[in-house]
Write a protein that binds this ligand. Structure first.
Ligand SMILES: [Zn+2]
Length: 254
């Protein structure tokens, strides 16, 4: 049976739907024609070959700030036609990098293939996960806002969390997944109860892969300090079964 998720429009040109906006109807191989930065040497995502990683004792633990202090105001959930985006309040941030970073938004990447094709952006030793969560922050010590920071080297810090499906339900993700049916179509927006953002992260924040990369989609600015956690989070297969018959949000898992 079919399961529905937002598509990952940018990995493979054949996965791009007709309803996508024109500017996004460009296959990955052609990105650099339209967005020169996409031809850069630090393009994300990457495959992490663990045997080629090096332990760096200078790296500090990543500490989310205020992720659990969600307050009473609802979060906005937005289908931007490519993915599901939640704007984050500005008191959320990240410590453990050379500068203080302020949270901006989180979004999900889901694949259009089965588990063997994976929906994650990053892969580890060639292995995909089923999906990937990105929590985006900007360098608020050096730049006044996201737009100023996103073109600058060291302007952004993104946490990457690989998601796999298993038996157990992940209540943290229900805070998002339960509301996807309200934003079945591109440009739809819904307000959802604020929730503990930290509940979306793996427990072990001490082990991660760090590299300097880029936004994974156009305009591909090479401005991202990536932190890809080694521990993957699990959501249940049932959580993947959404009752949203739509062309926009679609992923076959079996
Ligand atoms: Zn992303």
């Amino acid at each position: 049976h079919e399961k529905y998720w937002t598509p990952l429009l940018f990995r493979k040109s054949k996965g791009i739907s007709e309803s996508a906006e024109k500017t996004w109807l460009v296959g990955q191989s052609e990105w650099s024609e339209y967005f020169p930065e996409c031809g850069g040497t630090s393009q994300s995502p990457v495959d992490v070959t663990t045997t080629k990683t090096r332990y760096n004792p200078d790296l500090k633990a990543v500490t989310p700030l205020g992720y659990s202090q969600h307050g009473n105001r609802p979060f906005s959930l937005h289908n931007n036609g490519h993915t599901v985006v939640i704007e984050l309040p500005e008191w959320m941030g990240l410590r453990g990098l050379p500068w203080l970073f302020t949270a901006v938004q989180l979004h999900l990447h889901w694949g259009s293939g089965g588990p063997s094709h994976g929906g994650s952006e990053h892969t580890i030793n060639g292995q995909s996960a089923d999906a990937e969560l990105h929590v985006v922050h900007y360098n608020s010590e050096l730049y006044p806002n996201m737009s100023a920071a996103m073109t600058q080297r060291d302007g952004l810090a993104v946490l990457g969390i690989l998601i796999v499906t298993g038996e157990e339900t992940n209540p943290g993700f229900d805070n998002i997944l339960n509301y996807l049916s309200r934003i079945r179509h591109a440009d739809q927006k819904a307000f959802i109860p604020a929730f503990d953002v930290q509940s979306l992260l793996p427990k072990d924040l001490g082990r991660y892969y760090r590299y300097n990369g880029s936004l994974t989609t156009p305009p591909c600015y090479q401005s991202v300090i990536w932190t890809l956690f080694r521990e993957r989070v699990q959501i249940s297969k049932a959580q993947v079964c959404l009752k949203t018959p739509t062309k926009i949000i679609k992923l076959k898992l079996n």
